[in-house]
Design a protein around this ligand. Sequence first.
Ligand code: GLU
Length: 509
Amino acid sequence: MSLNKVRVRFAPSPTGPLHMGGVRTALYNYLFAKKNNGTFILRIEDTDQTRFVKGAQDYILDAFKWCGITPDEGPGIGGEYGPYIQSERKDIYHEYAQILIDTNKAYYAFDTSDELTKMRDEAKKMGMPNWQYNGVSRMNMRNSLTLPQSEVETLIANNTPYVIRMKMPRNEDVRFEDEIRGWVVVNTNNLDDKVLFKSDGMPTYHLANIVDDHAMEISHVIRGEEWLPSAPLHVLLYDALNWERPKFAHLPLLLRPDGNGKLSKRDGDRLGFPVFPLDWTTIDGELYSGYREKGYFPEAFINMLAFLGWNPGTQQEIFSLKELSNAFSLERVSKGGAKFDPDKTKWFQQQYIRATSAEDLSKMLGNNFPTEVVDSEKETICSLMKERATFLDDILKDGAYLFDRPKEYDEKVIAKKWKAHTAGLIEDWVKIIEEINEFSAANIESEFKAFLEEKELGFGAVLLPFRLLVTGVGAGPGMFDIAEFLGKEEVLTRIKSGLLNIKQIKNEA
Ligand code: GLU
């Protein structure tokens, strides 16, 4: 077997909802596979039954679906290397633990958890807070390296619980070349004798992970930086089993917006942005919000995520998934942590809403339009509002004045822009409006300009009060476009009732 065909995998443990950092890892694997005509595999690593969370696997699949990341092989998808859920592969792992024992690369350990706790406590008392089961301490413990062989055989024959531990070699340098970080060298004296196989008959993550990566012919292990400390053990296991090592690429951490520390699941809602792709409610009823439910387009979410740790080396920032697949390379993934930027995330969403046609936006809003909006008006509403919107909802929220008369008038604008002579000027402008025959934006604008010229006024003196009377607010899309959309009668009605309202406000003030 030779790993010359690109096969990559995303291997989440179903211990909770998939964090956006996990989605980024999946995305980079997907992009790398697509770029290299390879295969992208989803494998569920559920060997730690104590941490299993119901619904987590479905959440991963739903998140993938929403993002448009489709695995080529995986649970529910199929493939020649299945099953793709580790608990369904249970039977294959012990064989490899046995090979490691037989070749003296691993050993049985019979220490009970009480004995281990006692050992740790004693070490702590002696000023060693980080006691480890390792090349030195193993000789004081109850294992197949210290007990006579006959006793080991009896213990096993009597079904005494045991784990299988890695026999970490002493004082060897483990070297591997990480595709992102370059050469990594770790001395085995700094590594402990990790458990490979547990007393419940299940492999640990480490053993299952390398057995499956080998069995599934994974060519590149692309995963988060938090797994870098495990990589030397994995490399040693490949070597011990005489298997070709895959290439490794450890992705930079996602950092909090203030740059201090890893972006955690708690940060999101505390700092006002989601850290999950989709909403997730815990069994205690606690809600973690998701990008989908906040109104982000999946394309914007993916585009933003792609840039957290990678850049194309050009000025281009807007990329479809297809374009990302063409542009992606591990060489352009950064080593340093990637700082999450909530404003930039919104910016991506704005770009996508702007780039969506009014026709599509109107379809997406579907039945959310108020019933009084007729079909022929829907697209115009979208095209008027989309330039200033971030989310789909903003179109209807910020553009409410396109189908509802204003109920109030922005008092800050009144205080700042409504002068003693304003009402008089508006009344003169109303007379001109009444005379406009074809009430188009262009005509309204040219009449408006002529009116200003005649009165020797600047644009703002009348335009802002005009906008305020018609919409109730001080900013929005082109005022002449709004006027055309509403029609002459409606504009005149609004101006007249607005004038009454504002005069009242002014008198009361
Ligand atoms: N099951 C591990 C996780 O939850 C996989 C790590 C790896 O990709 O090797 O992230």
